[in-house]
Design a protein around this ligand. Structure first.
Ligand SMILES: Nc1ncnc2c1ncn2[C@@H]1O[C@H](COP(=O)(O)OP(=O)(O)O)[C@@H](O)[C@H]1O
Ligand SMILES: [Mg+2]
Length: 386
């Protein structure tokens, strides 16, 4: 196989931008595809195809101008990627992995048949199916859109049978019902699979979500050796189940009885893995680039404790983004600030993050809290949200 020197990335958001920063370190030529002319990755890519993620012709142009195509998020035209793959274009993670993962129901079925523990689930497209799920799993019941969800958009908590009509129509498209998990904590584990099949597994990290949006990640998770080993084993099994090449993130629920259930997998670097940039020998972005370029993977081990906190767009306003407080935040020892460069700030939009390292988790945590207390992302021309 020829050497890879050009990488195409579908998506030019912050994950694409952070992939490019690593790709550039190793001398790759990078083309992105993103509908937004001034997306975060725009300023540092070599070429930008401005087109929708569903645009097959544009995806074909991306593939033709690259030796390998990868993606920074999963809501793209997987059927088109499948066709491109069958014509001989190299796509990592494969279109097959993406097709399984895009559909939350097929994703869970794949995990289940690989013997990986998940919350119980059933399809939920009719009143009868929801009633059946409720009779088996009880209320509250988690209803999820099978396609297109992120940051909790696409999920609905069904408290009782009174809400069934709403649950059937709260979003378009097919749905599934999931047993409610009263978890002790949420964690995630990142893993990268090389083209040679070798797998690098990162430490388990602990995540805090507010309103289904990730706010904070702590690494390493303060869980027992047994749970850590089990999570790592689940990560390896998941990589085999999806035959992934590249970075994957596996979101986990740790139950009150110390069991692990897989919530979902993402076939890409992940927000909960941003701590790896400062705290691991090889970041999730570098390993992703290494994997898709068919190069050997780097050491994922942790070199210090780390806490990552997201910087979200301020509430109540939407407009040109304006970051402030960088000067004060960077006075905090061990703190690194990442501003994504999104043009528009919107309430709760992910605009940047801070990672603080420390000798202990407590030290990293207080540094991250101090640095984030100075950082604000405001919307320039203040316009109240309607
Ligand atoms: N079965 C469940 N029981 C309890 N909470 C859940 C369940 N599924 C999801 N959640 C909560 O909702 C959040 C978002 O759900 P998730 O399925 O990860 O969707 P998304 O694609 O939006 O990330 C999770 O991080 C978790 O906090
Ligand atoms: Mg999730």
């Amino acid at each position: 196989m020829d050497m890879i020197s050009k990488i195409g990335i579908a998506g030019g958001g912050q994950l694409g931008k952070m992939m490019i920063l690593e790709a550039k370190k190793m001398g790759f030529y990078v083309t992105i595809l993103d509908p937004s002319e001034r997306c975060p990755a725009h300023s540092i890519c070599d070429e930008h195809i401005v087109a929708d993620f569903g645009d097959e012709e544009a995806l074909r142009r991306l593939a033709s101008s690259s030796d390998v195509v990868t993606y920074e998020f999963e809501h793209i035209n997987a059927q088109a990627l499948l066709r491109l793959e069958s014509e001989g274009f190299l796509i990592y993670p494969s279109a097959g992995s993406l097709l399984l993962i895009q559909d939350k129901l097929k994703q869970k079925m794949t995990l289940q048949s690989a013997g990986i523990p998940t919350p119980a689930f059933l399809p939920a497209d009719s009143r009868q199916e929801i009633e059946e799920a409720a009779s088996l799993f009880g209320y509250p019941l988690m209803i999820k859109s099978r396609f297109g969800g992120y940051d909790g958009k696409g999920n609905l908590i069904l408290a009782s049978e009174d809400g069934i009509d709403e649950a059937l129509y709260f979003s378009k498209g097919k749905k599934m019902a999931e047993q409610w998990v009263d978890f002790k904590l949420e964690a995630s584990i990142l893993a990268c699979r090389g083209a040679d099949g070798r797998i690098a597994v990162y430490p388990v990290a602990e995540n805090t979500h507010i309103d289904s949006i990730l706010r904070k990640t702590r690494a390493p998770a303060e869980i027992s050796r047994e749970l850590t080993d089990e999570a790592m084993n689940i990560a390896e099994k998941t990589m085999h189940a999806f035959q992934g090449v590249g970075m994957f993130c596996i979101e986990l629920f740790i139950t009150k009885s110390n069991g692990i259930l897989v919530n979902e997998a993402a076939p890409r670097p992940h927000n909960s893995g941003h701590y790896t940039i400062e705290a691991c020998r090889t970041s999730q972005f570098e390993n992703h680039i290494r994997a898709v370029a068919r190069l050997p993977l780097g050491d994922p081990s942790l070199v210090s404790c780390a806490v990552m906190a997201n910087i979200l767009g301020e509430d109540g306003a939407c407009g040109p983004a304006c970051a402030s407080g960088l000067d004060r935040a960077l006075e905090v020892p061990g703190a690194s600030v990442h501003i994504y460069g999104k043009e528009i700030s919107k309430p709760k939009r992910k605009m940047g993050h801070v990672t603080a390292t420390g000798a202990t988790l407590a030290e990293a945590e207080s540094r991250a809290a101090a640095a984030s207390s100075f950082l604000r992302m405001t919307a320039g021309a203040l316009k109240m949200e309607d």
